[in-house]
Design a protein around this ligand. Structure first.
Ligand code: IPD
Length: 279
């Protein structure tokens, strides 16, 4: 009774592995691509099928009534995206759909679990690399059972920073994104990177491969599992304005420490994003 969610955590790892195997298999045959919010916001039959597999397995194991589910493709089909106090699974079946479509080798399954609006654990399976990242609140972060830890770099000049462009190609937003990237690049930092999946980016913060990852426009399912993993690896999460991190806000800075996070935040040009839980 001390540890009510351990079974759920272990089960999430199994489900993520199964989902990742499905994605790998699907990548070997022809991928049919459809679009969502714009011509560059891609979705495939695999996204939908894998989300059904994940939610189906979780419902079978934990019962339909007591647990809630927020899944990228379910929300796209009109299901609500609201975090309540109930045990809630937050799922991105295929994070990095564009990568998946193009065969760019970073694609992740992201599964997080929250109770009383607090994240209890996160599991990210980088399925093409076959790396299983996981973390449980208060119990550390791991990659394939090895403990992981953020980098201890405090000097921004010695950092690598990840940012992504997202799927909005409005000129005003793209201008702000590139202006931010230009300013950060010219601080100067050692480098700018981006894997094409927010979940994997957060794992790269957690392992110390990069110092920070930030983005405006991400969704809760892209970052929920990563948030636990970064925190448990010793890192921090903030809003892009330096305030507290808000999972539903579509804005996030994840970093190894507050010095790096706040230095990045100084350069971020904020643009509006509609909250995930907006009515
Ligand atoms: C996307 C990826 C990408 C990020 C986008 C997300 P999806 O998720 O995480 O890195 O820049 O904002 O939407 O659509 O591939 O699940």
């Amino acid at each position: 009774a001390d540890d009510p969610w351990q079974r759920a955590y272990d089960f999430a790892v199994q489900v993520a592995r199964k989902a990742g195997a499905e994605i790998r298999k699907a990548g070997e045959s022809e991928i049919r691509v459809m679009t969502k919010s714009s011509t560059v916001d891609l979705v495939t039959k695999t996204d939908e099928r894998v989300e059904k597999i994940i939610i189906g397995s979780l419902k079978e194991e934990f019962g339909e009534g007591t647990h809630c589910f927020i899944g990228e493709e379910s929300v796209a089909k009109g299901e609500p995206c609201i975090l309540t106090d109930k045990p809630t699974w937050i799922i991105d079946p295929v994070d990095g759909t564009t990568n998946f479509v193009h065969g760019f080798p970073f694609v992740a399954v992201s599964i997080a679990f929250a109770v009383n609006k607090e994240l209890e654990f996160g599991v990210i399976y980088s399925c093409l690399e076959d790396k299983m990242y996981k973390a449980r609140k208060g119990k550390g972060a791991f990659c394939d059972e090895e403990p992981i830890q953020v980098s201890d770099v405090k000097d921004i000049n010695k950092s690598i920073i990840i940012s992504e462009h997202g799927t909005d190609r409005t000129k005003e937003k793209v201008t702000k994104i590139f202006s931010t990237m230009q300013k950060i690049l010219c601080i100067p930092v050692h480098g700018l990177r981006g894997s094409g999946t927010a979940a994997t980016n957060m794992c790269l913060v957690a392992t110390g491969a990069v110092e920070a990852f930030f983005e405006i426009g991400i969704h809760c399912w892209d970052i929920a599992a990563g948030a636990v993993i970064v925190k448990e690896a010793g890192g921090i999460l903030l809003d892009v304005d330096g305030g507290p991190f808000d999972l539903m806000s579509r804005r996030m800075v994840s970093a190894n420490n507050d010095v790096i996070a706040n230095r990045i935040i100084k350069e971020i040009e904020i643009f509006p994003a509609v909250r995930d839980d907006a009515p």
